[in-house]
Ligand binder design. Structure first.
Ligand SMILES: NC(=O)c1ccc[n+]([C@@H]2O[C@H](COP(=O)([O-])OP(=O)(O)OC[C@H]3O[C@@H](n4cnc5c(N)ncnc54)[C@H](OP(=O)(O)O)[C@@H]3O)[C@@H](O)[C@H]2O)c1
Length: 332
């Protein structure tokens, strides 16, 4: 595993970090508790010491599972969680595997970033995670009910209280990130980034490099489609948000798989899977400090963790980029 410094903080994080969204089940057609806990523990054995979760992932369930998995070893992990996406309290953690529940729960979600809400959310996360500090606390998504200055004030207070070790943001535009940093040193912006989603390279990455901050890349496998395991016509489970994703539409799956097939010789040379090749490429893009690889079970996390060990030559990276330049998806 590779370990990297997050922004200008003192936090060292595993470059492949465990993404704990899918284990929450909500929006992923449900999840399995035993698999989820074993996945986190397997990841740890493989050097994945950092976990990214959020209250909204399974309406508290993901954080609770993370809390169970790290029990007795808290100080060996770096826990990243978030605040700012709320739900009305009727959410039932058991009911994530039907389309109807998914749609009803989606209607209950709202954004809020008022200072008192953030302070309360932090206490709730600490309780669910069964810990007295959070290593890295992130504003999940910009909200309209409070200015960025208020969000940063809350984060500074939590830092002063020792409840969080470092602060960050997610889904912030360049302007919002700049504004946040006028009030508090924000270490990273957590953003969507994968081989097929690279828009942050235009403005955000140059700013991050210049200001010695980090990008935490989310959905690096583009929610699973970049593993090559999905074939046109594949039926996703009820309650799985990927049913409506443009990346999972037949023509795009076909094009992505044709692109991945061209990478097979490189993968074979390194005895690697396509998922590992994709994660490794992502990990070595400028400005990317952490790649958040989501996983549901020990096998997936083991495969993803090993991605950090591959050493691609310049020529191989060049070949991948040449094929990538020719890949045109229909995302309209
Ligand atoms: N800040 C934000 O707004 C935000 C938004 C999205 C995600 N995130 C974070 O980023 C993390 C990762 O993103 P993500 O979960 O959206 O997408 P991802 O990492 O691109 O894909 C994860 C999914 O791909 C499949 N998969 C993973 N490893 C695999 C392997 N080795 N072989 C085969 N299939 C594999 C699994 O689903 P299946 O087995 O069902 O295919 C898994 O749930 C999340 O867990 C979360 O922590 C943050």
């Amino acid at each position: 595993m590779i370990y990297r410094k997050l922004g200008q903080s003192e936090l060292q994080v595993s470059a492949i970090t465990f993404g704990a969204w899918a284990i929450g089940g909500f929006m992923w057609g449900g999840s399995d508790e035993k698999d989820a806990i074993q996945a986190i523990q397997k990841g740890f054995d493989m050097g994945v010491t950092t976990i990214d979760t959020a209250p909204i992932y399974g309406m508290g369930l993901s954080e609770e599972l993370v809390g169970k998995a790290i029990q007795g070893q808290r100080e060996k992990f770096q826990i990243m969680t978030k605040f700012g996406i709320k739900w009305q309290e009727a959410g039932n953690q058991q009911q994530f595997s039907s389309q109807k529940d998914y749609e009803q729960l989606m209607e209950q979600i709202y954004l809020s970033a008022k200072k008192e809400v953030i302070m309360r959310e932090c206490e709730d996360s600490l309780r669910r995670l069964n810990t007295d500090y959070i290593d890295y606390y992130q504003h999940h998504r910009p909200a309209e009910d409070a200015p960025i200055s208020e969000v940063m004030e809350a984060l500074e207070k939590l830092q002063d209280q020792g409840k969080i070790r470092a602060a960050g943001v997610s889904n912030y535009s360049l302007e919002q990130m700049t504004e946040a940093n006028r009030h508090l040193q924000v270490q990273a912006n957590q953003l969507p980034y994968s081989m097929v989603k690279r828009d942050i390279e235009n403005k955000i990455i140059p700013w991050v490099l210049q200001n010695k901050r980090s990008v935490i890349a989310y959905s690096p496998l583009q929610r699973g489609v970049l593993t090559g395991k999905y074939t046109p016509g594949h039926q996703l489970k009820e309650g799985d948000h990927r049913k409506s994703s443009r990346f999972f539409q037949t023509e795009n799956i076909r094009k992505i798989n044709a692109f991945l097939a061209k990478l097979e010789p490189i993968a074979t040379r390194h005895q690697a899977s396509l998922a590992q090749l994709v994660l490794n490429w992502t990990l070595h893009q400028p400005g990317i400090t952490v790649v958040l690889a989501g996983a549901r079970n020990p096998l997936q996390v083991e495969e993803n963790a090993r991605a950090a060990d591959i050493q691609l030559s310049e020529q191989e990276v060049g070949t991948i980029n040449t094929h990538l330049e020719k890949l045109e998806l229909d995302l309209s």
